[in-house]
Design a protein around this ligand. Structure first.
Ligand code: NDP
Length: 332
């Protein structure tokens, strides 16, 4: 079977050459272990950070070792009473067609609750990130204006919908007309603007007649500079990601906008999802409830074929995904 290793620490935008496909033999499994056949894997922007050899909240990937990430897999063989052949499980595993894992390190997925792929998206890492970041830090109130960048992506699309459920005026920022139409027509955003348009700043101002109370920031860079110039008194800026700078070889330094925070008594707070590990169950239940009631919608962009994994990952930096980007490796 095949496994993907990190071949180099990319400078700038990664390319195919940074990923190495290694052939491996399926090993036999030991006590309490399961053999897993990968069905779907998740590609995520944060993985770009793990390709750098810097100290961060997660360890860097090791050179010439497997890249790891969120995976849905089917149990092929089990030496644990926790799992039977045919069970679907979710865990952080190697980017590989097969994995051997300790039974304690993966969780069983109930396919009757929602389509299994939701565990890698709206009911998994990206949905929970939206839920906790928006509700715990952004704290949107009825009638306030919530702006979200990366709005048509996995996290952003959930942020905007939860903000609507809380009665906010919701404005999305995304990179294509197709995404703008999706946000307004499918997800019910009040407005959406294209940051790649020459008229972005004027379009954005028109979309926020009452200024900005909450800004959920997925992208950083110039988009965020434009939003922060428009914040109201007591605004809350939720720092979730800065994808616009992940491929920059140098640290990203922007205009110095601290005065905006001083003069509006606003605050900006970063977080990683792990901060809320103690509360994942609450978040997952709330998201599943909204999903079942039809109050939340989600989109997935599914690239077919394990060998397309690097391409799907690199597509995140070009905005080729609508909603959660996944790779389908095999049929259940
Ligand atoms: P998305 O599904 O949003 O995919 C990434 C999107 O980013 C693309 O579709 C693209 O959309 C947009 N993008 C790419 N390059 C740029 C750029 N230069 N400027 C502006 N937008 C760009 O990914 P996720 O939902 O998984 O992640 C969104 C953000 O949240 C990322 O920054 C990620 O690192 C962060 N994150 C943080 C977590 C945390 O714990 N703090 C956990 C999970 C994610 P477009 O077409 O609009 O450009």
């Amino acid at each position: 079977y095949k496994e993907i290793h990190l071949a180099n620490r990319p400078e700038g935008t990664p390319t195919d050459k940074d990923f190495n496909f290694i052939e491996k033999e399926i090993p036999s499994i030991g006590k309490d272990e399961v053999l897993l056949r990968t069905l779907y894997l998740s590609v995520d922007p944060y993985m770009r950070g793990r390709m750098k050899d810097v100290k961060s909240y997660v360890e860097p990937f090791k050179l010439n070792e497997a890249i790891t990430g969120g995976i849905l897999a089917e149990v092929v063989e089990s030496n644990s009473d926790k799992f039977q052949q045919g069970d679907v499980v979710n865990g952080t595993l190697n980017w590989a067609e097969y994995n051997v894992a300790n039974a304690q390190s993966v969780q069983k997925v109930d396919p009757s609750l929602a389509p299994i792929t939701t565990r890698l998206g709206i009911l998994g890492l990206t949905g929970l990130t939206a839920y906790f970041g928006l509700l715990d830090i952004g704290k949107p109130q009825q009638g306030e204006t919530v702006v979200v960048s990366g709005a048509a992506g996995a996290v952003g699309s959930v942020v905007g919908q939860i903000a609507k459920l809380k009665g906010a005026h919701v404005v999305g920022i995304a990179g294509s007309q197709e995404k703008i139409d999706y946000l307004i027509n499918e997800l019910g955003f009040d407005a959406a603007v294209n940051y790649k348009s020459d008229s972005f700043k004027e379009d954005f101002k028109k979309a926020i007649p009452n200024g900005v109370d909450v800004y959920f920031d997925n992208v950083g860079g110039e988009v965020s500079d434009a939003v922060i110039f428009e914040i109201n008194r007591n605004a809350r800026i939720v720092l979730c990601g800065t994808i616009s700078s992940y491929n920059n070889p140098e640290a990203d330094l922007g205009p110095r906008i601290q005065w905006k925070f001083i003069t509006t008594s606003s605050m900006m707070k970063g977080f990683t999802l792990g901060d809320y590990a103690h509360d994942f169950k609450t978040g997952a239940q709330a998201l599943a409830g909204w999903l079942q009631e039809g109050k939340l919608k989600y989109e997935e962009t599914i690239t077919e074929g394990f060998e397309k994994t690097p391409e799907a990952f690199l597509g995140l930096f070009e905005g080729s995904n609508l909603g959660k980007q996944l790779v389908k490796v095999a049929d259940p």
